[in-house]
Design a protein around this ligand. Sequence first.
Ligand code: AP5
Length: 210
Amino acid sequence: MNLILLGAPGAGKGTQAEKIVEKYGIPAVSTGNMIRAAIKAGTEMGMKAKSYSESGQLVPDDVVIGIIKDRLKEKDCENGFILDGFPRTIPQAQALEDMGVQIDKVLDIEVPDDKITSRLSGRRVCSKCGNSYHILYKKPKTEGVCDSCGGELVQRKDDAPETVAARLKEYHELTEPLKDFYRELGKLVVVEGQEDVADTTALVFKALED
Ligand code: AP5
């Protein structure tokens, strides 16, 4: 099963990707995580992406398309994958088509803008392993400490309220047109994001099984 997760920043793509990985055993390919890892490691790609990503702008298409081309060739993607955060623009979606990648479903998780800001302002991520938490909705066992590796939990630079506004603007202008792109291909399934993570997951699994 080859899937795309669409949705605004903070709609819950990463959270739902983890649930699909657990149930279906296919890898999640998150361009956001790959970009943050490259920035942390100080690679050439990371240096190119840093100013865009941290100010809430999209990284140039050619950089991200290159990352995905290499990643989808890896062995663990042979039996399926979940694309979390790619494509984000029409040229990226077109590049995926040109690569001959067959997509089975595109799940669009819909959450209104006013809920996004509170979700993202409460998100904390592990500075060591990148695991994601929320101060209200997904609390770690010990405040400020990662359950998995004991690393310090910090706020992502792009989760500051003014940067979230920039990300939402980019989303509405550049990413939302992908809904029509995939609707026309008959692949779009809309899931209304719920207050409770488990309720959204139930809708996501139902959408995958229909
Ligand atoms: P990326 O990391 O992809 O960021 P994003 O799309 O903005 O998505 P997020 O990771 O912020 O949110 P999410 O939808 O995964 O939500 P989550 O599950 O964490 O990209 C970052 C940057 O990299 C971009 O801005 C860009 O610069 C660059 N980039 C990446 N891909 C690119 C591309 N293809 N092209 C160009 N540039 C690219 O949930 C959010 C919070 O809410 C969590 O704390 C979670 O616990 C909580 N939560 C989740 N579900 C619920 C619920 N149902 N109820 C309550 N809380 C919930």
